[in-house]
Design a protein around this ligand. Structure first.
Ligand SMILES: Cc1cc2nc3c(=O)[nH]c(=O)nc-3n(C[C@H](O)[C@H](O)[C@H](O)COP(=O)(O)OP(=O)(O)OC[C@H]3O[C@@H](n4cnc5c(N)ncnc54)[C@H](O)[C@@H]3O)c2cc1C
Length: 436
């Protein structure tokens, strides 16, 4: 990238908001995945006008531009795999308005979930993908993120009313109704979200949670079917698979842990809890603990195991029909054994959402290659097992699942290309993501 171009960016956004020294660039070269790529320059815009001008300049000079929120993506979404500009959105962090009567908030792109929730009283924003409130609102919209509470509140898509977005052409548009779907899950490949109107939900009156230790994930799935057959719907029902518990050296008799919760009015929660208690006995649990707070999110189990294993992970995220979950878990175990690799896997059972990390030693190139191969095998097997499987559910496709997406969904990849060439004619927006 020429010094001339950097000068243009400095003129647009101010010298202090454009930097290109090696040390600072390195801190924008990764996210929570194994994908790496260093930008040539980082720009920190403070307004929609800044964003529009930077995108127009990037399009004119053919320079790739990658938006970045909190950088918590598990799939390399905010990593600039083709270099160019990283647009750090964290300065655009104003909570513009909280409309209590209509239960919505207008926020700038870089507002973090924890800051939004801290401003709210009697209401909350329910999509908190990392469970710590670190993600930005635009980052989670761009990934159509899910969370343990998604069986009750949906994914990001269900909480966005409208967005303001700067397209790859530099044009500023406001999208509402079904047009919002152009922004949701777009992973920064079509434009940059600068502002959003998000739906808020009433803070639940009551909550009860269960941590249930069972012989294996199958028992957890049987338990969910039993609860459903009684007409109840847990708001949280996550299963921590055996591979995680093995790494954490949990009692080897325990082959899976179910983290379930009910939230809502007191009578509703107590009726649901009673139904669960009576169903639990039928699967002969190895132990049950009850609490009055949300259970530990599955991703927290996964990150603890990842840390303990001292490994990196290639994450695969898929959603499948509930009846296919068992087969996909077996396939993950089979591939891991065949490739002599460890995995960390969890299931959000009501959504059929399976997230699995295939572990590798980052200093061992051959093991890394085996992990990539294993991830491709799991994806192919999943698509074979379940014809309605969806790739990248919750996490986005990013760079890490782009090849698998193109191979598994060639027609959708073509449609995506057509949409991208209309909204981002110079192809500068986050290249290498969603499709290779
Ligand atoms: C411990 C842990 C647990 C997690 N658990 C979950 C989980 O349960 N469910 C889940 O869905 N995810 C989960 N994630 C992944 C991550 O939290 C989500 O993907 C989150 O939505 C990303 O938000 P972010 O602000 O960090 O965005 P980033 O990671 O910075 O970016 C994510 C994507 O959004 C794009 N983007 C960012 N800002 C903008 C913008 N203003 N306009 C357009 N595009 C933009 C980026 O280019 C990138 O493609 C987890 C991550 C961690 C580390």
């Amino acid at each position: 990238m020429s010094e001339e171009f950097v000068k243009i960016l400095r003129k647009l956004c101010g010298r202090e908001n454009v930097f290109n020294n090696e040390m600072e660039l390195a801190s924008y070269s990764y996210d929570a995945s194994y994908i790496r790529g260093q930008p040539k320059v980082v720009v920190r815009p403070s307004s929609v006008e800044d964003v529009a001008e930077v995108i127009s300049a990037a399009a004119e000079h053919g320079v790739p531009i990658t938006p970045r929120g909190a950088g918590t993506s598990l799939v390399g979404g905010p990593v600039p795999v083709r270099g160019g500009i990283v647009l750090d959105m964290l300065r655009m962090n104003e909570i513009v308005e909280v409309d209590e009567e209509n239960m919505h908030a207008i926020v700038e792109a870089g507002v973090r979930v924890r800051d939004l929730n801290a401003r709210l009283d009697g209401m909350f924003f329910p999509i908190d993908p990392d469970g710590l409130g670190v993600s930005t609102v635009a980052g989670l919209i761009a990934e159509d993120a899910a969370s343990p509470l998604s069986p009750a509140y949906g994914t990001a898509r269900d909480s966005v009313l409208s967005v303001e977005m700067v397209l790859g052409s530099g044009r500023v548009v406001r999208l509402s109704g079904s047009m919002v779907n152009l922004a949701v899950g777009s992973e920064g490949t079509l434009g940059v979200i600068t502002r959003a109107v998000v739906r808020l939900s009433p803070t639940p009156e009551s909550m009860s949670s269960f941590s249930i230790r069972v012989i294996d994930a199958s028992d957890g799935l049987d338990l969910l079917s039993l609860v459903y057959s009684k007409g109840y719907r847990p708001e949280v029902f996550e299963i921590i698979h055996r591979d995680v518990l093995d790494i954490l050296e949990v009692d080897p008799e325990i082959g899976a842990i179910v983290e379930a919760a009910f939230i809502g009015s007191e009578p509703w929660v107590s009726a649901q809890s009673e139904a669960l208690r009576s169903s639990v006995e039928e699967v002969k649990p190895l132990g049950v603990e009850e609490a009055e707070e949300l259970p530990r999110p599955s991703m927290s189990w996964l990150t603890e195991a990842l840390k303990k294993a001292e490994r990196s992970a290639v994450f695969i995220s898929v959603s499948v029909s509930r009846s296919s979950i068992r087969d996909v878990l077996q396939e993950i175990d089979r591939v891991a054994m065949r490739m002599r690799l460890k995995t960390i896997t969890a299931v959000n059972a009501p959504l059929g959402w399976i997230i699995s990390g295939i572990l590798f030693d980052p200093l061992d190139e051959r093991e890394y290659q085996r992990a990539i191969k294993a991830s491709e095998q799991v994806v192919h097997a999943t698509l074979r097992i379940c014809s309605s499987a969806r790739l990248g559910f919750g996490t986005g496709i990013g760079a890490s699942m782009a090849r698998a997406f193109e191979a598994g969904f060639p027609e959708e990849a073509d449609v995506f290309r057509a949409i991208k060439s209309a909204l981002d004619p110079m192809g500068v927006m986050n290249p290498g993501k969603i499709i290779p």
